[in-house]
Design a protein around this ligand. Structure first.
Ligand SMILES: [Zn+2]
Length: 463
């Protein structure tokens, strides 16, 4: 990461903390590694991200339905999915300071591709061959322990009243899609869907990531937004291409710049996969995976069929054929999307010799849509009028009332949380029943009559 880019990341992290978007977890106890909490504006932004996804993926698609499966699932789920035996990252430890390092990432940083499917001997050989090039990020030494695989599933003692957490562990789900696969038949039998159809879900997942870093990009507790689409085998690749197109367009509509997006094709596929692409976004630390769009063949339902004994054969009466539906999926993290939206919005501008920081969120994403100010705090007639403006808008927009400090300071604050419009009630308002509306991006101010304000705003927000 270049100096400039790491500065940008630091600026975004600092703004998130200062303005109440994202805080480190349990900060009063020194924080808790790789876990973050969303503050008052973060939670609004997160909600906007989820609402936009749900609208696009579920509401606007006749053949996609929603689901909210529980975080805890029957432990057999994770045997069937392959997570118990195979969901492991290569790990080694610095011999001096005992920092744990994720080996595939460390190799990637020195330009060597380590595939997640490589066995331990191959990875150890790669590390040996590149001895001296891999440097401990903490103490800069170069001696490491042998590489081991570490399973990422997070164990719990739910329903286990013994002392031993390893006895019959129940896992916190490592991904949300398993909740979709195990409910495939329930949905098929109870909702009015026929193959091809999709099930969409937003929910938390948990992974024991070895190196969790880059702010909210990789966290041990995270939220996924996943669409699993069940398709006839012979239509899989056509529908996959269609899904890829839709998902690309989705990010443009979300407000991300096309120049900061790119496709990354997986060269080494897991044995069952037909094709796998990721949509990458240019975060401050470079192009990294935002979303996976994968054609998974019949692996998921076949595995759950084997482990549960349930027959997942689908009979297509129209075409007189029977098959196990194949799955194409689009899977993205809420946190990664939030970070992409924050990165895209962060802007510094020179205004009258000073730097203005402004979050140029799309109106859709802005946590607060409208801020209302009385010009002066100590003039009851202004405060009262401003409160009545706030009351008239609050059911339609997320509004904020602010009478702290001077108007300049309030603008600065609203710019940093990305509020598109600030409305000021001043002494003229008491005469002409009009208010000053200031545009976040152009900083232009216009006078709008109070009885036209609702229409004016609703036109602006539908642009
Ligand atoms: Zn070290």
């Amino acid at each position: 990461m270049s100096k400039q880019d790491s500065e940008l990341m630091e600026k975004i992290i600092s703004l998130c903390k200062r303005r109440g978007f994202i805080y480190p977890s349990s900060e009063i106890y020194g924080g808790f590694a790789a876990v973050y909490d969303y503050g008052p504006y973060g939670v609004e932004l997160e909600k906007a991200v989820k609402d936009f996804w749900w609208k696009r993926v579920v509401q606007e698609n006749q053949n996609v339905v929603g689901l909210d499966a529980a975080i805890f699932m029957h432990p057999k789920t994770w045997e069937a999915s392959g997570h118990v035996s195979g969901f492991a990252d290569p790990l080694m430890e610095c011999k001096s300071c005992h920092v744990r390092i994720r080996v595939d990432h460390a190799l990637e940083e020195i330009g060597i591709f380590a595939d997640e499917k490589m066995d331990l001997a191959e990875i150890n050989k790669l590390v040996e061959e590149n001895k001296g090039k891999i440097v401990c990020p903490n103490c800069k030494k170069i001696e490491f322990t042998e590489v081991k695989k570490f399973n990422q599933l997070v164990k719990s003692n739910l329903g286990n009243f013994t002392e031993d957490i390893n006895e019959n562990p129940v896992y916190l789900r490592g991904e949300t899609c398993q909740g979709i696969y195990v409910n495939y038949k329930n949905v098929l039998d109870s909702a009015r869907v026929r193959v091809p159809f999709g099930i969409a879900q937003i929910g938390k997942a948990f992974r024991n990531e070895i190196t969790a870093r880059q702010f909210i990009f990789r966290t041990r507790e995270f939220e996924q937004m996943e669409l699993q689409y069940f398709v006839p085998p012979n239509a899989e690749m056509d529908l996959y291409e269609e899904l890829r197109k839709n998902r690309w367009q989705y990010y443009l509509d979300l407000g991300l710049s096309e120049s900061k997006l790119k496709w990354h094709k997986h060269e080494n596929l897991v044995f069952y996969a037909k094709e796998a692409y990721d949509i990458e976004y240019e975060f401050p630390f470079g192009f990294k995976e935002l979303e996976g769009v994968h054609a998974r063949g019949d692996y998921d339902l076949t595995q759950h069929g084997k482990f549960s004994g349930v027959d997942f054969t689908y009979t297509d009466q129209k075409n007189d054929e029977s098959y196990i539906p194949h799955v194409i999926e689009a899977s993205v993290g809420v946190g990664r999307t939030v970070l992409a939206v924050l990165t895209e919005a962060y802007t510094e501008e020179e205004v009258n010799g000073e730097t203005r920081i402004v979050m140029k969120f799309t109106k859709n994403m802005a946590p607060v849509k409208v801020a209302v100010f009385p010009l002066l705090k100590n003039k009851p007639e202004l405060v009262e009028k401003a409160k009545s403006v706030f009351e008239s808008l609050k059911s339609k927009y997320m509004c904020e009332f602010d009478d702290n400090g001077n108007v300049g300071k309030r603008y600065r604050r609203q710019d940093e949380i990305g509020t598109p419009y600030c409305i000021t009630v001043d002494f003229d308002t008491l005469e002409d029943d009009a208010v000053t509306v200031r545009d976040r991006d152009t900083m232009e101010q216009v006078r709008v009559k109070l009885d036209e304000l609702q229409n004016w705003l609703s036109e602006k927000f539908s642009e």
